[in-house]
Design a protein around this ligand. Sequence first.
Ligand SMILES: [Zn+2]
Length: 331
Amino acid sequence: MNPSHAQDEHEVPAQPVAETPVDYMAHIKGMSFFDPHIHMTSRTTDDYQAMADAGIVALIEPAFWLGQPRTGLATFKDYYASLVGWERFRSSQFGIKHYCTIGLNSREANNEALAEEVMELLPLFAYKEGVVGIGEIGFDDQTTAEEKFYRAQLELAKEAHLPVQIHTPHRNKKEGTERSMAIALEHGLDPGMVIVDHNNEETVKSVLDGGFWAAFTIYPFTKMGNERMVEVVRQYGPERIMVNSAADWGISDPLAVPKTAALMVMRGISPEAIRLVTYQNAIDAFAQSGQINVADFATPMVIDQSEKFNGNTILRGGQQPRRDQQSLFIK
Ligand SMILES: [Zn+2]
């Protein structure tokens, strides 16, 4: 007997709730967004185009793991080089200013021998142009090795006068968040230089009370949905809060920031509060690196897709480059 038929007879399969499609773009016309956490290396050119069309003018790509552990130092080196090189160029070809944070992620900190070597490599990238912080670092499983390399990187951030972008664990989040903040303070970091990421309703109060920046990741279907985000801003106000997509190779949404802004508009959050949490606060936090010049993205970039990076363009055989004659950027 066909199992799917059996199921049909006895249960009503869950149907997606019928939703009236929302033209969210209509709510955010003319607004600019800054996504301070997105892994563009894993995303497509379609994503870049959609992000530019939705008003994203700048982003930060934190160094992270690639879904499987790297086996050697050279792949770390090439990855960091791509964050300050090819990916930045690719982003510019869609008119989006690309920054990054450099760090050893918590998962790969557990390969201690390799992690030691990566620590030697980090200063070679941390001081490069457009690097706005050390990140994303912190805890995953909350192991001894993770703590060791988290501490070492806090020292590097202090030495380089760079903000720290903390990845808080998905398991035991509350405990991991408290521990991450306590250790940062133990190393003498100013909480105003620390962006604590992946917050939820359980962690936000203590992060804000401690004087840290509280970042929220909006993942479709899980974690902080954007409805919940609206309520957080309603309850805590916009100060030191920022929204990001953390879009990567998993199920995630590179348009999470503009979509959340649209929902905030629809829910009556003030325009100034929306501007703070989807644009300005991220700039204020990461500009402490001395590496963000708002003039670079405050006016639309002139795009010339015939430009090359090390001899390569984003174009494929026969495609015509988009060349903006003036500064016109058509939405
Ligand atoms: Zn991330």
